[in-house]
Ligand binder design. Structure first.
Ligand SMILES: [Zn+2]
Length: 258
């Protein structure tokens, strides 16, 4: 009888040990589960709370979403040079900033994730080469949700932090399968309205104002660029001017367009 009781107790200890061990094995930095937005429901994950006041405006989040689809082939070197000189200019501005850079075609590649501006590595032909089709909506939707998720994880209030999202593309969306235009539009409108996030849209070979408008970006924040060396250079100059405006005044004004 005693032996049976001992076995039962021992078994209970082992079982509870297994459960507590498995509970401990969950990493503490597991990102919060954010419901994937749909056209019907894009509820933003952040709920304002007492900690929000602790979030500072800086480091300003400079988020670049750059098209690397096949049609950018002839402009590879200009894009690399333009991007690097844009960041060199930004390094000279006062204040703190972090850079997130996404290269997209029908694949999504984040080459910098909120990296301190002063630590950011130059773009090279190893990172940037043209290929594939244009999944613009997926790239934008995913970037917004990743940024919100990261902020939740790090207890950063998305309204208090300054954010600038810059989208550069050279063609029509033709490959997204995760995010619809309606979902991306709602996400952009919600983050603009609720959090004062800034978006700019720079496009070639499309009507940029119309395309920007269709995803919820004000036409004043859209610009066309010509699909050549000069146009790419001007695009990065516009990004530099927009980032400077956001870092100085908190929002994109009227002086960033060429
Ligand atoms: Zn908040």
């Amino acid at each position: 009888m005693r032996g049976v009781l001992f076995s039962v107790v021992a078994l209970a200890v082992i079982i509870s040990g297994i459960f507590s061990a498995s509970a401990r094995s969950i990493p503490v930095d597991t990102p919060p589960k954010i419901p994937k937005p749909s056209e019907e429901n894009i509820s933003l994950p952040h709920k304002h709370n007492a900690d929000c006041e602790k979030t500072s405006e800086e480091p300003v989040q400079i988020i670049c979403i750059l098209d690397r689809s096949g049609s950018m082939q002839s402009l590879t070197e200009d894009t690399i040079g333009g991007y690097n000189s844009f960041l060199e200019k930004q390094k000279k501005n006062p204040g703190k900033a972090e850079v997130t850079t996404i290269l997209f075609d029908d694949e999504y590649e984040k080459i910098a994730d909120a990296v301190d501006l002063n630590e950011i590595q130059d773009l090279t032909s190893e990172d940037y080469f043209a290929r594939g089709t244009t999944a613009l909506l997926d790239a934008v939707g995913r970037t917004i949700m990743d940024t919100l998720g990261k902020m939740e994880k790090e207890k950063i209030c998305p309204e208090k932090r300054r954010v600038l999202v810059m989208i550069m593309t050279d063609g029509q969306e033709n490959a997204s399968n995760e995010y619809s235009k309606a979902t991306v539009k709602k996400l952009i409108e919600a983050t603009t309205k609720e959090y004062s996030w800034n978006y700019i849209f720079i496009g070639a070979n499309i009507d940029s104002a119309a395309e920007a408008g269709s995803i919820g970006i004000n036409a004043k924040h859209a610009a066309n660029y010509s699909h050549d060396r000069k146009g790419v250079g001007e695009s990065f100059s516009m990004m530099d001017a927009a980032a400077t405006e956001v870092r100085e005044k908190g929002k994109v004004g009227d002086n960033w367009k060429k």
